[in-house]
Design a protein around this ligand. Structure first.
Ligand code: ZN
Ligand code: ZN
Length: 349
């Protein structure tokens, strides 16, 4: 087969087993689809959960993970304007939705019960090409580096939406628990909303980065109790949690002031969180779950980045190193988002 008709993809053949990089025939876009030649593809923790089959609804192997894809449209199916070929787009978690249910028509397509998810229920972006729904890819403005656009496609839009639903405003104290791929962006969106921001983590490197990205206060949860520090500041109006273990969730709750909002973004492996009902009721506390963001949210994320208002911390890896990259994330060795560089010079011979 010629190089133009095959692509390399990283495949989960068995849940919990290492991924296998294999060659596949280049797919042909069907009605309403586009074929995207990927330039960059971010590694999100969700991809690892998918590959391990950690969640109650498990993906069906074999499948290709990845939902932070950015690349150029190289072919379109019927019903898709040919002039979209050559455009740069992002391929997010929301592969498609029904478009007409109450959620879809009210601006909450991310809650659609009929949605398909990239890299989970359909093949995703850990490869040289991906098929996507022409209506659900999001244009990446000129001037944004694909390697930066990739983490924005999930980590960016997820935290942007979390700040949006938190209702954070200029007089608020917003605490972000966990300054990794998600948290470093969350704190920037909270700053853009005008809030005073506290960054909480357990590693000094990440806290130093948070400070550089605009955090007003940093708290090392290994050295002090975050809730004490944050209550000393008056308590948080909003806490956004990307850290998902029991201990940070407890600290996060106890950091809230009365009337505060706890926005849950990270997903704990055991799916449990202790919620003291008495304090929640008497304190008028809101607990809010937030899942990714809509196409419009992602477009706004790109607008902010194109305007130079956000910074993305990332490191590149090769697709062939997918298993060691997953290992790096699981052991917490990397402080930044990992992005597979799929540009020409990084493609294997
Ligand atoms: Zn993700
Ligand atoms: Zn729908």
């Amino acid at each position: 087969m010629s190089k133009e008709t095959i692509m390399r993809v990283a495949v989960v053949r068995e849940l919990g087993e290492p991924l296998v990089v294999e060659e596949r025939t280049l797919p042909v876009p069907s009605h309403g689809q586009v074929l995207v030649r990927l330039e960059a593809s971010g590694l999100c923790h969700t991809d690892i959960h998918a590959a391990h089959g950690d969640w109650p609804v498990k993906p069906q192997p074999p499948f290709v993970p990845g939902h932070e894809g950015v690349g150029l449209i190289t072919a379109v199916g019927s019903g898709v304007a040919a002039d979209r070929i050559g455009r740069r787009v992002a391929v997010p978690w929301l592969h498609t939705a029904c478009g007409h249910c109450e959620h879809c028509v009210s601006g909450w397509e991310t809650l659609c019960l009929a949605q398909q998810n990239t890299g989970y229920s359909v093949d995703g972006c850990f490869g040289e090409y991906v098929l996507a729904d022409a209506d659900y890819v999001v244009a990446v403005p000129d001037g944004i580096d694909p390697l930066e656009a990739a983490p924005l496609t999930c980590a960016g839009v997820t935290t942007y939406k979390a700040v949006k639903v938190s209702g954070a405003r200029s007089s608020d104290l917003v605490a972000v628990f966990g300054i990794g791929g998600l948290g470093h962006l969350a704190l920037q969106y909270a700053k853009i909303a005008g809030a005073t921001v506290v960054a909480v983590d357990v590693t000094e490197d990440k806290l130093a980065a948070a400070k550089q990205l605009g955090a007003d206060v940093t708290v090392n949860a290994r050295q002090v109790e975050p809730q004490r520090e944050i209550q000393a500041l008056g308590g948080a109006d909003v806490v956004i949690t990307t850290a998902a273990d029991a201990a940070p969730l407890k600290s996060a709750f106890e950091s809230l002031r009365r009337g505060g909002r706890l926005v849950l973004v990270g997903l704990p492996a055991d799916n449990q969180m202790e919620l003291p009902v008495f304090q929640t009721v008497l304190g008028g506390i809101s607990v809010i779950g937030s899942i990714v963001g809509t196409r419009r949210d992602l477009a706004e994320v790109f607008e902010l980045h194109a305007a130079g208002r956000t910074k993305v911390i990332y490191e590149t890896r090769r697709l062939d190193d997918v298993n060691s990259a997953i290992e790096e994330v699981l052991t917490g060795r990397v402080t930044a988002r990992l992005v597979f560089d799929l540009s020409d010079q990084c493609r294997a011979e």
